[in-house]
Design a binder for this molecule. Structure first.
Ligand SMILES: Nc1ncnc2c1ncn2[C@@H]1O[C@H](COP(=O)(O)OP(=O)(O)O)[C@@H](O)[C@H]1O
Ligand SMILES: [Mg+2]
Length: 214
């Protein structure tokens, strides 16, 4: 008691319970055990660059976004999950959206009340981590990912534009480069570009970078 006022303090066990709840709600419980910054190895300068950007983002990211773009296997999910894990451990609310699964569910429910509820959370949560934005199948001939559908582009714009307008931190990984995203949809792509300018790692295709093959 101080001057007749009661001061409510959160006890350690309540804080621990809250952080366990946030971790469960994030959808990242399993992934963050595996993908951490301390086991993100840097054998090559481009990996060093990825890690440095992630560290800088965690140190001085403010309300900027983080973007990791490029072919499969270069460590995008590993790095973005490590960032999300660190932010969760600092007590932030993080929601994980695996694009190819969540986008299918959302598009199927677009006229149902669940849509509003799910979309509201993705738009308003403190930190949103979208993994594999616009993930599509690969074109057999060009070897490049096929373009996403109009429904995908509209959904991405709805979420990203809301977060852009409200300056809400967002972490994005995609097999498309930042230029590729701008070509797919200039409105969504240029917002990602603007918000993640200082914290963007985006690589064009180079098979030797695939860490699943080393
Ligand atoms: N720099 C790295 N250090 C340690 N493991 C890595 C690194 N980059 C990728 N990996 C591992 O390679 C696999 C593929 O990485 P992932 O992050 O899933 O790639 P992407 O999301 O770019 O397809 C994962 O098992 C991941 O832990
Ligand atoms: Mg990935």
């Amino acid at each position: 008691m101080q001057d007749g006022c009661e001061v409510a303090m959160k006890c350690e066990c309540l804080k621990a319970r809250e952080s366990r709840r946030r971790l469960k709600a994030s959808g990242l419980e399993k992934l963050i055990e595996r993908y951490r910054l301390d086991n993100f190895q840097c054998f090559k300068p481009w990996q060093e660059a990825m890690r440095r950007k992630a560290e800088a983002f965690l140190a001085e990211g403010g309300d900027s976004w983080f973007f990791a773009g490029g072919q499969p296997g270069i460590g995008k999910t590993h790095l973005c999950t490590a960032i999300a894990g660190e932010l969760l451990s600092r007590g932030n609310q993080v929601i994980y959206m695996l694009w190819r699964d969540e986008s299918v569910k959302l598009k199927a429910n677009v006229n149902e009340p669940e849509y509003q509820k799910s979309a509201w959370l993705l738009k308003n949560c403190e930190i949103l981590y979208i993994d594999d934005l616009f993930k599509t199948q690969y074109d057999e001939f060009s070897g490049k990912p096929k373009p996403p559908t109009v429904g995908d582009v509209n959904l991405a714009f709805e979420i990203l534009n809301y977060r852009y307008n409200n300056r809400l931190k967002t972490i994005i990984s995609s097999e498309h480069t930042i230029d590729g995203l701008i070509r797919i949809d200039e409105a969504a792509g240029s917002r990602i570009y603007e918000m993640s300018k200082k914290f963007c790692v985006s690589f064009s295709r180079d098979p030797s970078k695939n860490q699943r093959m080393v």
